[in-house]
Design a protein around this ligand. Sequence first.
Ligand code: C5P
Length: 234
Amino acid sequence: AGARPLVGRQVVITAGGTREPLDPVRFLGNKSSGKQGVALAESALAAGAEVTFIHGHMDVPAPAGVKAQSIETALELRSATLAAAATADVVIMAAAVADFRPATISTGKIKKRDDVADPVIKLVRNPDILVEIVAHRAAQNRAQLIVGFAAETGDSESDALSYAQAKLQRKGCDLLVVNEVGPGESGTEKVFGQDGNRVEILALDGAGTVQAAGSKREVADAVVRVIAGRLGSP
Ligand code: C5P
């Protein structure tokens, strides 16, 4: 334990953004840079953990020293994560998962044609992977710490926090790391692609909220400290 409190622990971290294909050359994506997930992996490695890093698209490379697995879609992320979670002590879901995917993937490139109406894209819901991981743990009756992330907007900070509390209850994960992204579009700039971050770590069991701010690595170190405190000695 001590400086390396996660020695002997298997940690699964998801990171980056999923991409949902429309046709062979196009997709629906999101702005996730993967930086917070990479920082979490670095913190977990520094704490001595064995890290499986399952990632979608990122602006940065996966860190050295992890078992990296790359995925494109939410459905691929789901099967990779459920498989890896089966033996993990900790699962951290930092990936930005598309809530919806195109109902059909065109086998050929979608064309623009003057003689046909503009296309309408029908979306269907993706499964909530975090909720499924919580359900699997319950079914297996095993000890596992499950951590979710949430970017919340609200007219005030207390607004954002009460949305986050509701999300924590709904998802049923042990910890929810909340980024307040602030109202409006410019607010998202505070988080996506930036090097700094400010979060609150909420606990399902009502143990006190922990605040952390600073670089994404400093935030990651705070999250890993909370996790290590909960796991205790192996
Ligand atoms: O509901 P929301 O997308 O805000 O929740 C965010 C958390 O849930 C993140 O931890 C994210 O990785 C996870 N999530 C998931 N599957 C989805 C959507 C989000 O696991 N389909």
